[in-house]
Design a protein around this ligand. Structure first.
Ligand code: ATP
Ligand code: IP8
Length: 266
């Protein structure tokens, strides 16, 4: 059974949904990404996807990230978790239909946070699935929290956490822009993309990074980078690529040259 270091792939909600409209899935993107993952045929892959226009609008409506304050939020927690399982189901369908042995792991059932940070994660099933050649798939989700009652666990926090826990080979981040810029490229036409950043250079980008252009309760690009820092500190390289463009993710998975931002410790 496989013991090799995994690749952790985070597919942004900005790629698989339209974040400007509630509950708007991009089935064409999901199908194309499933094709690319199938063709690249990576071994030891853990996939995590974001909430996009499924999880975020409901999480905002019920103020779930801030924790339990009112009984009216309870049904909101259930609804938000449910829509994430719907989005996950659409993604799983596309993977499994192509013969990818993908198995969904709902974070709400295996993770517990303390003040929003993962405090407990039942890793045994995920580890065994990986060893047996399955492709575990997780997603940003509603989770129970020891201090707040509940909260939102972002796919970005999960990405970095699993990379550290499973000593990942690399992290691939698929978003709807070409990489990391010195300003949000969607609102600043003069924004310049970084092709390579060392850890020190990455830390200096703090303050240049924006949030998300759609509805987002987990902090957009700025939070994504903050979450990734501990993994980069451990020496795990991170490649941010545009997964909305055909073949970019395929090339990244194959280790071929592709436009994007590579972040390395040195
Ligand atoms: P989700 O949280 O739903 O998974 P995601 O991870 O795909 O979504 P966002 O959190 O929306 O993506 O972050 C991506 C967005 O960040 C881009 O669409 C871009 O507009 C915005 N952004 C802000 N600042 C920057 C920056 N400096 N460089 C690149 N993108 C940036
Ligand atoms: O999109 C948040 O995960 P993210 C998921 O990875 C929910 O930040 C439920 C809003």
């Amino acid at each position: 059974m496989s013991q090799a270091k995994p690749t952790i792939l985070k597919i942004g909600g900005s790629v698989i949904t339209d974040k400007s409209k509630e509950m708007e899935v991009r089935m064409d993107a999901i199908s194309r990404l499933a094709d690319e993952i199938f063709e690249a045929n990576p071994k030891n892959l853990i996939i995590i996807h974001g909430g996009g226009s499924f999880g975020h609008p409901l999480a905002r409506k019920y103020a779930l990230k801030e924790g339990f304050k009112d009984a009216s939020q309870i049904v909101g927690f259930a609804e938000t978790h449910h829509v994430m399982t719907v989005l996950n189901g659409l993604f799983m369908d596309a993977l499994i239909w192509r013969g990818i042995p993908a198995v969904s792991i709902p974070p709400s059932s295996c993770a517990l946070t303390k003040n929003g940070r993962i405090a407990c994660f039942e890793e045994t099933p995920l580890k065994r699935l990986l060893e047996m050649g399955f492709t575990p798939v997780l997603y940003g989700d509603t989770v129970l929290d020891t201090e707040l009652g509940f909260t939102i666990l972002s796919g970005d926090q999960l990405t970095s956490f699993l990379a550290l826990r499973f000593n990942a080979e690399r992290i691939l981040i698929g978003v709807d822009v070409d990489g990391l810029y010195d300003a949000d490229p969607k609102t600043n036409v003069k924004a310049k993309m970084f092709e390579h950043l060392s850890l020190e250079e990455l830390k200096k980008t703090h303050g240049l990074l924006g949030g998300s252009n759609g509805c987002d309760v987990t902090g957009g690009m700025a939070n994504k980078i903050a979450e990734l820092i501990p993994a980069v500190e451990r020496g795990i390289p991170v490649l941010i690529v545009n997964a909305s463009k055909p073949k970019y993710l395929y090339k990244a998975l194959k280790g071929e040259k592709v436009k994007g931002t590579l972040i390395e410790k040195e």
